[in-house]
Design a protein around this ligand. Sequence first.
Ligand code: NAP
Length: 253
Amino acid sequence: MVGMVHGKVALVTGAGSGIGRKSAELLAQEGARVLVCDLDEQSGQQTLRRIRDAGGEADFWRVDVAQESEVETMVAHCVEHFGRLDCAVNNAGISGPSGGLETIELPDWNRVLAVNLTGVFLCMKHELLRMREQKAGSIVNMSSGAGLIATPGLAPYSASKHGVLGITRAAAVENARQGIRINAVCPGSIDTPMLRAAMDTDSAVEKMIRASMPIGRLGEAEEVAEAVVWLCSDRASLVTGHSMGVDGASVAR
Ligand code: NAP
């Protein structure tokens, strides 16, 4: 059986943990050669080892997606090492400060927007420069249910994720005739280190997060990775400009 992304080259940011790690692993399992990218070298190297131990082909690149020179070098390294770039999963993100909007400090706002929105913009910019030369490619940006509906207490995060949907849609239309598809995934509450950290702050928050999932359980990172890999693959050939909920009906409530 040939994998869903057999022969493709994929890049995943934030691949040292959670959804990014599982996406990188599943892409490799489905036949892609994968550049594992993360700010955290140690966790990124762990993902790399897991992929190689499972028989996949991968390399690691340390990147802060908020720094344009680092993002440019990441894409250049991918092309130098693997020869091309077919699929890009722009997943790196942070949850940022919580609390009423009037309590948010400007540096905290700036950092969330720098990583979650400017980071996606910078990655898309340099990925698109390459993909337009190839006249082919698929980009998957990680938004959130918080990109679709109000998330009280997380205004900077919610704003950044709404922004991700905006640039996904604009770029999807701009590149529709270039052979490049661009989509976003909007996960619900997924059991990852990011969500665990939020739930550990207090039991009321944990209760609220668990109640946000009509399906009656948290999502698993593997379940989001399934959507990511399908969107990356040629099986999603007519799907572009789409925001796909992977959320156990949490936005449908
Ligand atoms: P996670 O477990 O915290 O993983 C995120 C990874 O991104 C970490 O390895 C982190 O490294 C890395 N990262 C952070 N800032 C970076 C930067 N500037 N440059 C490069 N890498 C960076 O989080 P997750 O839950 O898997 O989330 C992945 C994505 O899904 C995020 O965009 C998040 O907003 C989105 N999402 C998650 C959920 C959920 O319930 N988990 C729901 C909706 C959307 P460090 O560990 O060093 O920070």
